[in-house]
Design a protein around this ligand. Structure first.
Ligand SMILES: Cc1ncc(COP(=O)(O)O)c(C=O)c1O
Length: 431
C-alpha cells in the first residue's frame, strides 16, 4: 500500500532539486552521520575517520573545556530548554549575552533569537511593515530572501539588485525614494566565497536615500572586526564587518550568530533600544516560538570571555591555516575562490556532473567538506567548499592537500584541465 505522502513527494520533487536528492542518496558527504567527534576529528558509523572541513565553528569553541563546562552549568541551573517564548519570559543569561554583544559590537541594544533563519523570517517583515520597500542583494542568503517574501505577502514591495551593482541599486532607490521605509538586505561575509559586502558604498547610498541596511554577518561575526592591518587581516575583537570598515550604525542594523564562530547556538540583532523593544512584541519568533536553550547562552558567555583573552591569537591561527590550505590547493593547480583570506575556500568545479564520484574520493581520503552543486549555487559556480577553524591541525590541512592531490588524477581523466603555472583549474566545457 502506498502512503498518501508519496504523492506529495512525487509531485514536488522538482528536476531542479533532484540533483540534491540524488547526491543525498549516493554521496557519503551529504547526510553524513558521526558517531564520534573530537574537535575536527570525526568517525562515522562504519568507523571511518574524517577531518572536518565542513564545520563553521571558526574559533573552535565547541570543544573548549571552559565553554563545555559553562554549557553543563547552564543546563544544571536553567534546565535543558527555556520553554517560554521570549515575549513571555526569559532567564538572565539571555540578557547578559545581549548586553555583552551590544558592548562588543558597539550598539545601544541587542535582541537574541533562536537562529538566524528565524530572525530573518521575523525581523525583516517587522521592519518592512505593510508599505516598506525591500532592496535585496541577489547573492544574499536564502533565509533573507524568505523573510523578504513573507514581508511581500503583507504588502511590502520587493526588488532585487546584483551583488556590487551599486548603480542599479541607486536607480532603484531613486525610483522608490518616496517610500518612507527603504530596507537594503545584504550578507556581511558571503557564505559561499568569503567575500566581504561593500558596506561603505551601501552605507553611503543608505545615508543619501534615508534607507536602512540590514547586514546578516552570520559568518563574519567572531572572525572579522575593527582595525584590520596586513599583520591582522581579519581585524581585532571579532566584532563584525561594520566595525571592520569603521562605519557607524546610523543607517545600519547588524545581525550575527553564535552557531558559527562561537560554536554555540542562537543569533542576534544589534540595534537601537527603541528597535529592540519594538521587535520584542512585533517580530513573530519572539511571540510564536521558543528562545532556545539557556546552556547555549552560558556557552556563548564563556566564548566571549575567551575572545577577550585570546581571540587575537585564535584569529591569527585561522589565518595561518587558511593560507596554508590555499597555497597547497593553488600549488596543485586548482582554481581557488578566495579574495579576502576569510576561512571559506571554494574550489571551483563549474559543473555538478562528477560530484558524487568526487565526494567518494575525498571521503576515501578522509575529508569531509561541503559540496556545492547546482541549485545550491548558480550553474557554472559549482564548487567544493572548505571551511577552516582554529581547531583544525596542520596535519589535517596536509591531509586535505593530499586528498586533493589524489582527486586531481580523477579530474584529469575526466577532462578537467590543470594549468599549474597560472594557478587556474579549467573545466573542459565539452567534457
Ligand atoms: C548569511 C547567513 N544567514 C543565515 C544563516 C542561517 O543561520 P542559522 O543556522 O543560525 O539559522 C546562515 C547559515 O549558513 C548564513 O550563512
Amino acid at each position: 500500500m502506498t502512503n498518501v505522502s508519496d504523492l506529495f513527494v512525487d509531485d514536488n520533487l522538482s528536476d531542479r532539486r533532484k540533483t540534491i536528492a540524488d547526491i543525498c542518496a549516493e554521496s557519503p558527504m551529504f547526510d553524513f552521520v558521526a558517531r564520534k567527534v573530537n574537535k575536527r576529528y570525526l568517525e562515522d558509523l562504519q568507523g571511518h575517520w574524517l577531518a572536518d572541513f565542513a564545520t563553521q565553528s571558526y574559533l573552535g569553541f565547541d570543544f573548549d573545556p571552559d565553554v563545555v563546562q559553562a554549557a553543563i552549568e547552564g543546563t544544571k541551573k536553567y534546565g535543558v530548554v527555556v520553554a517560554w517564548c521570549r515575549l513571555v519570559a526569559t532567564v538572565n543569561p539571555f540578557q547578559e549575552v545581549e548586553k555583552e554583544i551590544a558592548a562588543l559590537v558597539g550598539t545601544e541594544a541587542c535582541s537574541i533569537f533562536a537562529s538566524t533563519t528565524l530572525l530573518n523570517h521575523g525581523v525583516i517583515p517587522a521592519l518592512a511593515g505593510k508599505d516598506g520597500v525591500i532592496f535585496l542583494e541577489k547573492a544574499a542568503h536564502a533565509t533573507m530572501y524568505e523573510g523578504a517574501k513573507i514581508a511581500r505577502d503583507s504588502g511590502a514591495t520587493l526588488v532585487n539588485f546584483q551583488q556590487n551593482d551599486l548603480d542599479s541599486l541607486e536607480v532603484l532607490l531613486k525610483k522608490h525614494n518616496s517610500a518612507r521605509k527603504k530596507l537594503i538586505l545584504t550578507d556581511g561575509v558571503f557564505s559561499m566565497t568569503g567575500d566581504y559586502a561593500d558596506l561603505p558604498s551601501l552605507d553611503r547610498l543608505a545615508k543619501k536615500y534615508n534607507a536602512l541596511v540590514f547586514v546578516d554577518d552570520a559568518h563574519g561575526f567572531g572572525v572579522v572586526g575593527e582595525n584590520p592591518s596586513p599583520d591582522n587581516p581579519y581585524g581585532h575583537r571579532g566584532n563584525g564587518l561594520i566595525n571592520y570598515y569603521g562605519l557607524d550604525y546610523d543607517n545600519m542594523v547588524y545581525v550575527g550568530c553564535f552557531s558559527k564562530a562561537y560554536g554555540s547556538y542562537g543569533s542576534f540583532i544589534c540595534c537601537s533600544q527603541k528597535l529592540r523593544d519594538f521587535l520584542l512584541s512585533q517580530a513573530t519568533p519572539h511571540d510564536l516560538g521558543g528562545a532556545g536553550p539557556a546552556s547555549a547562552m552560558s556557552a556563548t558567555m564563556a566564548g566571549l570571555k575567551i575572545n577577550k583573552e585570546r581571540g587575537e591569537s585564535l584569529r591569527q591561527r585561522i589565518n595561518t591555516l587558511t593560507q596554508r590550505a590555499i597555497k597547497g590547493l593553488k600549488d596543485l593547480g586548482y582554481k581557488v575562490e578566495n579574495h579576502t583570506g576569510f576561512p571559506i575556500i571554494s574550489v571551483w568545479l563549474g559543473k555538478s556532473e562528477h560530484i558524487i564520484e568526487i565526494s567518494k574520493i575525498l571521503y576515501q581520503n578522509h575529508i569531509l567538506l561541503t559540496l556545492s552543486p547546482y541549485p545550491m549555487v548558480k550553474k557554472g559556480d559549482e564548487a567544493l567548499r572548505i571551511t577552516v577553524t582554529a581547531s583544525n591541525t596542520e596535519a589535517e590541512i596536509d591531509q586535505l592537500i593530499e586528498a586533493f592531490s589524489e582527486l586531481k588524477e580523477f579530474l584529469n581523466k575526466r577532462g578537467y584541465d590543470f594549468k599549474v603555472s597560472e594557478n587556474i583549474f579549467l573545466k573542459d566545457m565539452s567534457a
